[in-house]
Design a protein around this ligand. Sequence first.
Ligand code: ARG
Length: 305
Amino acid sequence: PRTVVVDFSSPNVAKPMHVGHIRSTILGDCLARLLRLLGHRAITDNHIGDWGTQFGKLIVGWKSDLDRAALARDPIGEMERIYKKVNAASEADPAVLELARQELVKLQAGDDVNLGIWREMIALSQVQFETIYQRLGVKFDHTYGESFYNPFLADLVAELLQKGIARESEGAIVVFFDDHQKLKSHPALVRKSDGGFNYATTDLATLQYRVQTWNPHKIVYVTDGRQQLHFEQIFTAFCKWHPEARAQLAHVWFGSILGEDGRPFKTRSGETVKLADLLDEAEERALQVVSAKSPDLPEAEKKEI
Ligand code: ARG
């Protein structure tokens, strides 16, 4: 039996799960189930997006414009609303953008108020995620999320520098892949010139944690195809950093869900289709089919089918 870590679903906090998340969730869950059926040890981890620059804007909106009643009724909708509002305001007014940057810096420095708001946003989002996972019958062994790896990032970058894997470039710290045919022209940023870390830094820390914690034979990531380059960079950088690691790394990717017009699937009003709405509609249409075929069944049984 082999040990395989499966990283899948991984939605982002304060945003609705949309139609694209169904594929990562279902494909990842199927892979984990198949592995277990075959007698392997599958470890599932939902790498939720609970850290990042969006929280600066969300905190500005939360402090200045939060509608508590709306938050109680529809938490994700309200968080989406304040985010969109502050995002638009910061495009029009650099002072708002600066304010969001300051709130983010405070959050990252451990400010109590901002940490409290951030935790509440995560808790509210978790409720939404859980509802969907219950409907789909999906469970995770772990939900560490991006923020779990924060304490490791500074040391990680220092080590990459010290080992000559990363170097300074225009104020940023970058991993260059000089000897790699394709990635030669796609270096990976691990620390921005303002000192902030990014998605790649977190993923390197995540990989190291998984290797050290579970010593897996394989780690599988399930995301849409737009992240192919990201994972190629991460896997290549990690092999330079930990050549002794035995873990085979795989990115299982899928395409975007397109509408009839061949463009990313949107509602009539141009919004992204929410996963909860998609599941409602699927259930409703299935119920119609069952009712047409077996009109005499009791209502509860029709629903169950
Ligand atoms: N949160 C990311 C997204 O919505 C997916 C994360 C996938 N996993 C990872 N280890 N990067 O696109």
